[in-house]
Each structure stands twice: as structure tokens, then as C-alpha cells.
Ligand binder design. Structure first.
Ligand SMILES: [Zn+2]
Length: 212
């Protein structure tokens, strides 16, 4: 099991004239048999991340895995702080100049340890991944990146669609797949929220209504 600490809640705020968005991603630390950081914010946030890790008695070199849920700049900005870590960026897994083949494209999860795995959840980009981890309380927590933008996008799908979706049909199916197994969701740009039966039903209905 892992101690799951959301170091920073993500956010995204559109300007009134809709020409500019202020945004940063949720950044989560998992402490357990492996120390894992999920999504490393923008390139300007390095000092913030180092300070937050210190509060958990960790230095960047203590991190074993960095997972960027996808390759956008606000999710990879500080990957180079973590030079002892294996890097998973979307479907790509590497350490230094070595790249490891893994069939995420065939739906195969990547198992980090008995309580943490990385599953393919394309849609926002065609190579998005989600981290599923069992908490100390025995609950399943999903760090979804932008598969879920924020809590409000369950009722209002325009929010995740307008945040950019390279394959909305796939994204919708993967959103349902995640709520079927997760107790909690840490979305890409909002605070952690609990998955309720109402949320599951809402997504079942949306998948039912969608053209395939
Ligand atoms: Zn994002």
C-alpha cells in the first residue's frame, strides 16, 4: 500500500475574453515500496516541488518513478529533477537513453508493485495513462491526469471536451473504466474527489448516449 499525498491541487481558469488560460496540474507523491511522483507541473515549479518533497522527508534522488500522465508541458516540467527514477511519459518508459517496450497500446497495464499500476487511458491525448494506487486505508485512488479535468466535468462534459480531447469517444469510455474501479480521483486540474454511485451512473448514461 502507498501513502498518497497530493502535493499540489491542479487548476485551470479561462480568462473572460477566452484568449488565455491560467493552469497547472495536480502533482501527487506516492510513498511506499517505491516512491513515485505523478505529473511534475510547469518548468517554473521546481523549487516548489523540492520544498514539498522535503516536508515528506524526501529528496528528488529518492524518487524511483516519475509518471507524466501525458506529454503536455504542465505535466512534464520538472521530470529532470528525478535522475534516479525511471520515467514513464504517456506510453513511453525510459531510464537515461534506454527505452523499454511495453504494450500500453494493447491495453496492457504496467505493474510498478503490488499496490501501484499504470494503465492506458487514451482520449485527452492518444497516449494518456492513469496511475491506480491502493492507499493506506485500502481504497483505490486514480491519478488520472486530464482524463478528468476536474470534479465538475462529470456533470458538464463540455469542460473536458473544451480542455482538448484527441479522441472523445475513447476518452469517455476510459472515464467510465476508471470510475468503475476507483474510490477516489485526483483529476488533472482540480481537487481530489470521491467516486459515488451517482458519478458511476452518470458516466454509464453518457457512454450509453454517445455515438460509437
Ligand atoms: Zn493538463
Amino acid at each position: 500500500m502507498s501513502e498518497i499525498n497530493v502535493l499540489f491541487d491542479g487548476y485551470s481558469i479561462m480568462s473572460a475574453n477566452e484568449e488565455e488560460m491560467t493552469a497547472n496540474c495536480s502533482c501527487t507523491l506516492l510513498k511506499g515500496s517505491h516512491n513515485i511522483i505523478v505529473d511534475t507541473m510547469t518548468a517554473w515549479d521546481g523549487e516548489k516541488i523540492i520544498t514539498a518533497l522535503k516536508e515528506h522527508d524526501l529528496n528528488p534522488e529518492d524518487i524511483h518513478y516519475v509518471v507524466s500522465t501525458h506529454g503536455h508541458s504542465d505535466h512534464i516540467g520538472n521530470n529532470n529533477l528525478f535522475l534516479n527514477a525511471k520515467h514513464i511519459v504517456g506510453f513511453s518508459i525510459s531510464f537515461r537513453n534506454k527505452y523499454y517496450m511495453h504494450p500500453f497500446d494493447k491495453g496492457e497495464p504496467y505493474i510498478i508493485n503490488e499496490s501501484v499500476k499504470v494503465i492506458p487511458t487514451p482520449g485527452h491525448t492518444l497516449s494518456d495513462v492513469t496511475v491506480l494506487a491502493t492507499s493506506l486505508q485500502g481504497e483505490m485512488v486514480a491519478m488520472t491526469g486530464d482524463l478528468f479535468e476536474k470534479f465538475g466535468d462529470v456533470e458538464n462534459p463540455k469542460i473536458w471536451l473544451e480542455a482538448g480531447s484527441e479522441d472523445p469517444v475513447k476518452q469517455l469510455k476510459n472515464r467510465l473504466k476508471v470510475v468503475e474501479v476507483a474510490d477516489w480521483i485526483v483529476p488533472g486540474h482540480g481537487s481530489k474527489f470521491q467516486v459515488t454511485p451517482e458519478i458511476r451512473q452518470c458516466l454509464i448514461n453518457q457512454v450509453g448516449d454517445s455515438p460509437t
